[in-house]
Design a protein around this ligand. Structure first.
Ligand code: SAM
Length: 255
């Protein structure tokens, strides 16, 4: 009751929900069991039916064009953190997720999983220039709606990485709410979704809360103004130490 009153009063005075950290949406439908870093339980909590079941991936040739997805930083971080659960925000055709999955295999982290959060509808910059084959073209519009998700799914299948990779096709903010309500905590979180300042700010805030103690959150494209502004501000506000590893920025959470 008190929470509702505070929420309504704050709204009246112009505070956004995003700024009201700690006042959580109620959703009885999501249940109360805390999933922690259990990837298998997470898969079954998200998907009633295996998303790969019956998918005729052979009809879609492997094609995994991406950005920064072959970085040595992925291998370094997987070896250093040995995560049970990795969350990726911004998956596109699966390049970075498959790279991380390969490192999980290399280090015999057999129980570890990667949760891929993406709308598979593209980011702002992908809807700009119709002549850009790697961006607009890759959305693969069918009657005006992107089919990119199926290229991602096919790529994962071609690599035989289905047991490792869990798709979660939601906007990052909604996925974060779901994960927060289910008590999910990941040891490694890769942010590569929207590169607009407000969105990066929101993703950092939301996903920092989902990072396990001792974990690392990292991301791509620090050279982009929106990314740099949001990362620098978050680092300063939380009195953290910003590191750079290969082409990625990273922030570590204390134990
Ligand atoms: C730069 S691409 C990711 C590249 C990928 N990591 C790779 O290895 O190639 C950005 C992705 O973020 C997704 N995206 C952008 N904004 C998002 C949002 N608010 N929520 C979920 N996904 C988002 C887009 O659909 C796009 O697939």
């Amino acid at each position: 009751m008190l929470q509702d009153f505070l929420k309504q009063t704050a709204y009246r005075f112009g505070f956004s929900l995003r700024r009201m950290r700690g006042v959580k949406t109620r959703s009885g439908a999501l249940g109360s069991a805390s999933l922690g870093n259990d990837g298998e339980a997470l898969l079954h909590a998200i998907h009633a039916v295996d998303p790969y079941a019956g998918f005729a991936y052979q009809t879609i040739p492997f094609e995994a064009q991406g950005w920064g997805s072959q970085s040595p930083a992925f291998g370094t971080l997987v070896a250093r953190i040995r995560p049970h659960l990795i969350i990726e925000v911004g998956t596109w055709k699966g390049g970075s997720a498959m790279e991380m999955a390969t490192h999980l295999e290399r280090h015999a982290l057999t129980a570890s999983r990667i949760l891929c959060i993406d709308t598979w509808l593209g980011a702002l910059e992908m809807w700009g220039d119709h002549t850009e084959a790697d961006r607009y073209g890759s959305l693969a519009l069918k009657h005006g709606y992107p089919q990119l998700y199926y290229q991602f799914l096919a790529n994962v299948c071609h690599q035989g990485l289905q047991p490792r990779i869990i798709p979660f096709p939601l906007p990052s903010v909604t996925a974060a709410q779901w994960l927060s309500l289910r008590g999910v905590r990941a040891e490694l979180i890769y942010l590569d979704g929207s590169h607009e300042e407000e969105d990066v700010d929101a993703d950092l805030t939301d996903y920092w809360d989902l990072l396990a103690p001792g974990g690392v959150i990292f991301g791509d494209d620090y050279a982009w103004t929106g990314v740099r502004m949001a990362v620098d501000r978050f680092t300063a506000e939380h009195r953290l130490h910003l590191e750079h590893l290969e082409d990625k920025w990273l922030l570590a959470k204390a134990d």
